[in-house]
Ligand binder design. Structure first.
Ligand code: RUQ
Ligand code: CUA
Length: 664
């Protein structure tokens, strides 16, 4: 199949569809079969690409369990629509309800998955999110200043000391005048790498420091581990510093670079006071599971290291042709850099890199950064592996698996002697691949998942847009075997799978109502009420099978902003209630047991507006509803609420003009 790929394919970076696809493409699905009622072996946490969310699948079944709202509003749960969650999407640009989510990093302790958090990058408006794996909800979002295109992110160190964020686009720094001609790229555009610390107890993120870099494009990265712990490796392209037609102009040079950063040394420089304060603006958003409310704070300062002040902190390793993935093997010795246009895959040795630095085996300087001699750091090259290498994962048995976009295949090769051992087709044009635990010191192996960029004929067609194509392979034997196709949502890029046993027993089942400190909680129906404050009407509402309290509300006037603060009084697992009202300009809210969430609704006309529970919660779910009456401006209808009783008289005239809210 590889032989059929023409060089035209290679140059245009387009996938060439294998001719024999249908015959070779059938897998042994019995190995992915999980019987009804049985559990999967792994949770697969998958990036959502342009849907801005993160999805959770079971492996080996490929069943979809959950879409976790992260950077995009979700009308299904009310995330980003409810008053409590809107601050999660706040940025220095204001409310940004969408992003492009590419990479996942699961928290690690001693180089192994610890099942606490999943980190996710927002590519477009640079952000990193932290998802709590006990709630499968977004707990925190941190905006990254001095960045434009947070692509090389959020890769993590072996004890979750840091997640990183390196900018894809170099741009003038945030405190510079950015109003410069684009063709002054070489003078004015700079790169930046952020080291975001992770609090070992709470998980809270903070920008510990940034490093200013030459104005290249950072693509991907991996932390060192084991012997290379303390180092970070970033692939960069556009070392040409082109600002137009990058397709051609950023591929002019024979070699770009892998940037090796000694972050332990960077920490020392920060301690020694070498980092300079810079005025910036970025949002830090945290969701509090006790108040069930997010807060957003705008931060105004970062500290930045300039490599010119920090000798020996980083080195450039030459790397053929616009490297994409830079992946570190489980031992921490090998750094695999995949040049998208290269005919071979260079594998660097951490030991040799250290020796090259000690021996000063240098090859000049790139924009102030010492360049290591290519051969001095090289373990060797995988020769003719396939076309368009992108990403490499590892099985912990000394083997590496590299995705080949152009030749649509995965190539298995041996780290020690760089010999190609096996190859298998993907359908089609694979981007990322993922072995459970592949980026850790102890891969779980067994399976490998391909995330393909083209779907073509793999599924029933659905108009111009096809579903996304993921494929599962059994890698337990010598030969890789296709065992399942499963469609995915968004456009998955990277994913990480983790043994179910590490998280399934830690799941939060309910929020304790007695611990709910929401500003508008009602801890029982007796606390339900309606109050007016100017043109704002606040409704303290409760939900329990199968009624809402209050369920009759009158005295709302056209133009009022009504806030429904709904507390779900249930204390049983799997009994959410929803809340929706006719004409709402936002979404529903879905409220978990013990939780309070608020929906804002503006009365735009007179009339009766039904509201109801949206989640089929009981046999009498359809009865779980109520009515809100809106009267015209100047009306004398008093604010009134009730459940289960009617007011004696229901006419506007009979209600006292000064009547205040009253319940039953
Ligand atoms: S990328 S297909 Cu955005 Cu991770 Cu490589
Ligand atoms: Cu509550 Cu349906």
């Amino acid at each position: 199949m590889v032989l059929m790929v023409t060089s035209a394919c290679l140059v245009s970076m387009q996938s060439c569809k294998p001719k024999t696809a249908q015959s070779a493409a059938r897998g042994d699905a019995t190995k992915s079969f999980v019987a009804p009622g049985e559990y999967d072996e792994f949770y697969n946490i998958v990036s959502g690409g342009f849907n801005g969310q993160v999805a959770v699948y079971g492996i080996p079944s490929g069943r979809l369990f959950r879409i976790i709202p992260v950077f995009s509003q979700s009308p299904e749960s009310g995330y980003g629509f409810s008053e409590e969650t809107k601050p999660m999407l706040n940025t220095s640009h204001g409310f940004v309800p969408w992003d492009d989510q590419h990479h996942i990093a699961l928290s690690q302790t001693k180089g192994q998955h610890d099942g606490r958090w999943a980190f996710a990058n927002g590519n477009n408006t640079p952000r990193i999110a932290r998802i709590d794996l006990t709630t499968f909800r977004t707990s925190e979002i941190l905006e990254i200043p001095n960045s434009a295109g947070n692509h090389a992110s959020p890769f993590i160190t072996e004890n979750s000391e840091y997640v990183v964020a390196a900018t894809r686009f170099s741009v003038p720094l945030d405190d510079q005048n950015g109003d410069v001609p684009i063709n002054t790229y070489k003078q004015n555009f700079k790169g930046s790498i952020s080291f975001v610390s992770v609090n070992p107890t709470s998980g809270e993120m903070n920008i510990a420091f940034q490093i200013r870099t030459p104005g290249v494009n950072f693509d991907l990265s991996r932390a060192g581990k084991g012997k290379s712990h303390g180092w970070f490796f970033f692939s960069c392209y556009n070392s040409e510093k082109a600002n137009t037609l990058l397709e051609v102009n950023a591929s002019a040079k024979d070699k770009d670079f892998v940037l090796a950063v000694n972050w332990k040394k960077a920490e020392e420089y920060v301690k020694a006071g070498k980092a300079k304060k810079q005025a910036v603006k970025y949002a830090h958003n945290i969701y509090n599971e006790k108040t069930h409310t997010a807060s957003s704070t705008i931060q105004t300062e970062v500290v930045v290291l300039d490599p010119a002040d920090c000798p020996d902190m980083m080195y450039m390793i030459p790397c053929p042709k616009s490297p994409h993935g830079t992946d570190v093997d489980p031992t921490g010795e090998y750094i695999v850099a995949s040049g998208k246009l290269a005919a071979s895959i260079p594998v660097f040795s951490f030991t040799k890199l250290q020796k090259a630095i000690a021996d000063r085996a240098f090859d000049g300087v790139y924009d102030g950064i010492t360049v290591i001699k290519y051969e001095a750091a090289l373990h060797g090259e995988v020769v003719k592996p396939g076309l368009g290498p992108l990403h490499t994962e590892f099985d912990g048995k000394g083997n590496a698996y590299t995705s080949m976009f152009v030749s649509s295949e995965i190539v298995k090769w041996r780290l020690s002697d760089l010999e190609v051992l096996d190859r298998v087709d993907t359908y089609y044009a694979i981007g990322h691949l993922s072995v459970p635990g592949g980026p850790t010191a102890k891969p779980h192996g067994k399976y490998m998942i391909a995330y393909n960029k083209m779907t073509k004929d793999r599924y029933l067609p659905t108009g111009p847009e096809l579903t996304q194509s993921a494929q599962l392979y059994d890698i337990s034997g010598e030969k890789m075997k296709l065992i399942l196709d499963f469609p995915t949502t968004g456009e998955p890029h990277y994913a990480e799978a983790i043994p179910a046993a590490l998280i399934q027993d830690k799941q939060m089942k309910i929020f304790k109502i007695e611990e709910n400190t929401h500003a508008y909680v009602s801890k029982g129906e007796g606390q339900a009420k309606v109050e007016r404050n100017g043109n704002q009407v606040h409704v303290w509402m409760t939900a329990i099978r199968s009624h809402l309290t209050p369920d009759n509300i009158e005295g709302v006037i056209v133009g009022d902003e009504v806030y429904f603060h709904v507390t779900n009084l249930e204390q049983d697992w799997d009994v959410p209630h929803g809340f929706a009202i006719k004409g709402a300009n936002n979404a529903e809210i879905l409220i978990m047991p013990g939780e309070t969430q608020s929906l804002k609704w503006v009365a735009d006309r007179t009339g009766i507006f039904p509201f109801y529970c949206t989640d089929f919660c009981s046999a009498l779910h359809q009865e779980m509803s109520g009515y809100l009456r809106v009267s015209p401006v100047g009306s004398t209808v008093a604010l009134h609420f009730s459940t289960g009783t009617n007011k004696p008289v229901v006419s506007a005239d009979s209600v006292k003009p000064s009547g205040s809210a009253s319940g039953n």
